[in-house]
Write a protein that binds this ligand. Structure first.
Ligand SMILES: [Zn+2]
Length: 306
């Protein structure tokens, strides 16, 4: 069975009925391990986990034909050069590699009785998707709010974030995990961060104030119900995508600043407007990972239904 030469078209980035359920044509089926099969489609509403940066996990759902319905056991980013298909950790190339197609690999229990050319329906669990979209939008807002809360700690010019503040999140992030209605970010406070100009003096004593500042910023932004949109260069899985939110002016506090359009490179799913987050809460805690001091930021939202 030939492998596809073009990226899978992805339907999940933009809101709309096709982002949760869509018809698709089967392009390729192959065995995967002892008891699973990989199914590639021309297009899909199912968000795959990208093992290179696994912040948002896979959608759950089903693929159905006229005869049968198979649950999605996993949905992962794969890549093919036309000869071989690599999935998950085995993908040997980065996005945009010449001669490679990035594909969404749907992992199903074997035997699927799904064949090349079949017209199938992919359905995504809407509750899980919404929870992850809430968590992911919250995560981006929280990173901007945390950067603002820590802006005065920088003694050297640093890379700027989407709102023009020193980008602590980018410089220090170790892992980011989107959970239903929340996110957990772990930051490394190591020597290289300090050499770049980030000061950690008195950080423990200032965490309560930083938590308050991040919380206030989140709640202020959410109260405006500003729309969120995804901009993309194309509908292929490998085409760059951006989370864009026109954040209103904030008059007071550490996050004060003029209205600004925040644009962050992101392959995940998001809510359509900030009001869907409901009420946000934040906690910041210091820790240690193998001798390196860390900061963990946990965010949760009560989530208002869309
Ligand atoms: Zn993102």
């Amino acid at each position: 069975m030939p492998l596809p030469s073009a990226d899978t078209s992805v339907l999940y980035p933009t809101a709309g009925p096709g982002s949760l359920r869509a018809h698709a044509i089967v392009l390729h089926v192959q065995p995967h391990g002892d008891d699973r099969e990989l199914v590639l489609l021309d297009r899909t509403p199912a968000h795959p986990v990208d093992r290179a940066w696994p912040d948002q996990g896979p959608d759950l759902g089903t693929i159905s034909t006229d005869e049968a319905e198979s649950p999605l056991l996993d949905v992962v980013v794969g890549a093919t050069d036309g000869t071989s298909l690599f999935v998950g950790d085995e993908v040997p190339v980065r996005r945009g590699a010449e001669g490679w197609a990035l594909v969404v690999a749907h992992v199903l229990q074997a035997p699927t009785r799904i064949a090349v050319g079949d017209d199938v329906v992919v359905s995504v669990d809407p509750a899980r998707r919404h929870g992850l979209s809430v968590g992911h939008t919250l995560c981006h807002l929280a990173s901007l709010a945390l950067n603002a809360a820590f802006a005065a700690r920088w003694s050297k010019p640093a890379r700027e974030d989407a709102l023009g503040r020193p980008d602590f999140d980018h410089e220090a992030i170790q892992s980011s995990t989107i959970v239903p209605n929340g996110s957990v970010d772990v930051f490394r406070l190591n020597k290289s961060l300090r050499r770049k100009g980030f000061g950690t003096d008195g950080l423990a004593e200032s965490l309560a104030a930083a938590t308050e500042s991040v919380t206030a910023a989140l709640r202020g932004w959410i109260a405006t119900d500003a729309p969120v949109r995804i901009e993309r260069d194309g509908d292929g899985l490998g085409d760059p995508r951006y989370w864009v939110c026109d954040l209103p002016a904030v008059a007071r506090g550490p996050v004060a600043g003029p209205a600004a359009s925040a644009r962050i490179a992101c392959g995940g799913t998001h809510v359509a407007s900030l009001g869907e987050l409901g009420t946000a809460s934040v906690s910041l805690g210091l820790g240690e990972d193998d001798g390196t001091p860390t900061l963990t930021m946990r965010c949760t939202a009560t989530a208002r239904p869309a």
